[in-house]
Write a protein that binds this ligand. Structure first.
Ligand SMILES: [Mg+2]
Length: 392
């Protein structure tokens, strides 16, 4: 079997342009789907995929490990920058989809799964509607409570919020009090049986991240995400050691070495590897093994499109340390028109049973994708009150 063509199909979904990759083979009707969505870098990733294709055309697609080595190590520059890592991931997922289809097995079965009967999922406040999740002002505690109640009414047992505002490296009590009030409103709205997560989006400095984390301890968060920059390993380790709330991070790391440094320093209890950014299943499985050696849980980052979701779930059915999968469902009203999925999500509890179709078990509706061509993503820029640059 040989790879004959690699195509990118871009689908503009408001917040993000989903980048779907289709790897075609010389066997009629046998192809694989991957995804390499990287908001604000859509054209760069498509270009990187085009560059990588020159290494792969004519190669056997059922050798993903070998081809991953080629993509990562050949042409001199290693594939650990975010653009190329995302391009490699997208192709790698598609190659494994082909492997599963060629074997007639879901990907998780290729890796010894399924290791569980179902996967728990969580949503964003607002189900992924950009305005609700990213733009609800943290001063509006009551709105956080309303959205939390909606998430539970939608069947979720866990949800994530952005209840920590952008702050300068050091600030007084006001921002921390707002965060406390927002989380208190959510806890009040949903009670103790529902799991609440707070994503700091790496906005705080380590010192501010520690203040937020300490202030939110009484609310028993399921995890506390990106409390400072992912590069600030000392800060992550300090915050993780100081809190009983588990720290989560890893969505911006692109390669095994970076995860090794994070785990060695105990910078987190929950590893949020993103299969579309950290080298796909081939590298993701190595990262998962390393996390397992440290007893660090897996909860993949997945606010992207439907191929990313299928991949994150397929991965979860093969990884014992996997605890929950991030999902969005209300980012665009036509999300389900773009994909035919092999898994079924129970609306009550929002759990997913294993996919039984080969590969990733999905089909992308290319005609539907064409209805939503590339558009530049909405700019999301943060400036502090004094005009200096902050983190979104
Ligand atoms: Mg995050």
């Amino acid at each position: 079997m040989k790879i004959t063509r690699i195509e990118t199909h871009v689908c503009h979904a408001r917040m993000r342009n989903w980048i779907f990759v289709k790897v075609l083979t010389d066997q009629d009707g046998l192809y694989g789907w991957g995804e390499g969505t990287l908001e604000w870098h859509t054209r760069s990733v498509c270009g990187a995929i085009e560059d990588l294709a020159s290494l792969l055309i004519g190669e056997d697609p059922t050798r993903p490990e070998h081809l991953w080595q080629m993509m990562y190590r050949q042409h001199f520059w290693h594939g650990n920058g975010i653009v190329r890592a995302t391009a490699i991931a997208a192709i790698d997922l598609a190659l494994w989809d082909i492997c599963g289809k060629a074997a007639g097995l879901p990907c998780s079965k290729l890796w010894g799964g399924p290791v569980r009967d179902e996967i728990r999922t969580y949503c964003h406040l607002g189900g992924g509607r950009m305005e609700d999740f990213y733009e609800t002002p943290v001063e509006e505690a009551r709105r956080f409570g309303e959205l939390a109640r909606e998430a539970v009414e939608d069947g979720y047992t866990a949800f994530k919020s952005m209840a920590v505002p952008p702050t300068m490296p050091i600030e007084g009590r006001k921002a921390v009090r707002f965060a406390e009030a927002a989380v208190a409103a959510m806890r009040e709205a949903v009670g103790d049986d529902i799991d609440i997560m707070v994503d700091c989006h790496a906005r705080p400095s380590p010192a501010m991240g520690l203040q937020f984390g300490k202030a939110l301890e009484p609310f028993g968060l399921y995890f506390f995400e990106e409390p400072c920059w992912p590069e600030a390993l000392d800060g992550l380790a300090q915050i993780n050691a100081a809190l009983t709330t588990p720290v989560a991070t890893g969505e911006r790391l692109t390669h095994l070495e970076a995860f090794r440094h994070l785990f060695e320093r105990r910078g987190c209890e929950v590893c949020q590897l993103d299969l579309t950014h950290c080298g796909g299943f081939t590298a993701g499985r190595r990262i998962a093994a390393l996390a397992d050696a440290h007893r660090i849980a897996l909860a993949p980052h997945n606010p992207q499109g439907p191929v990313s979701t299928a991949a994150s779930l397929e991965f979860g059915f093969s990884q014992p340390g996997y605890i929950i999968c991030e999902t969005v469902h209300a980012d665009v009203p036509w999300r389900q028109d773009v994909v035919d999925e092999g898994f079924v999500m129970e609306l009550k509890g929002r759990t997913v049973k294993p996919n039984t179709r080969p590969g990733l078990g999905i089909e992308i509706n290319e005609a539907e994708v064409k209805k939503h061509p590339f558009e530049p993503e909405v700019l999301q820029r943060v400036f502090y009150p004094d005009g200096s640059v902050g983190d979104w």
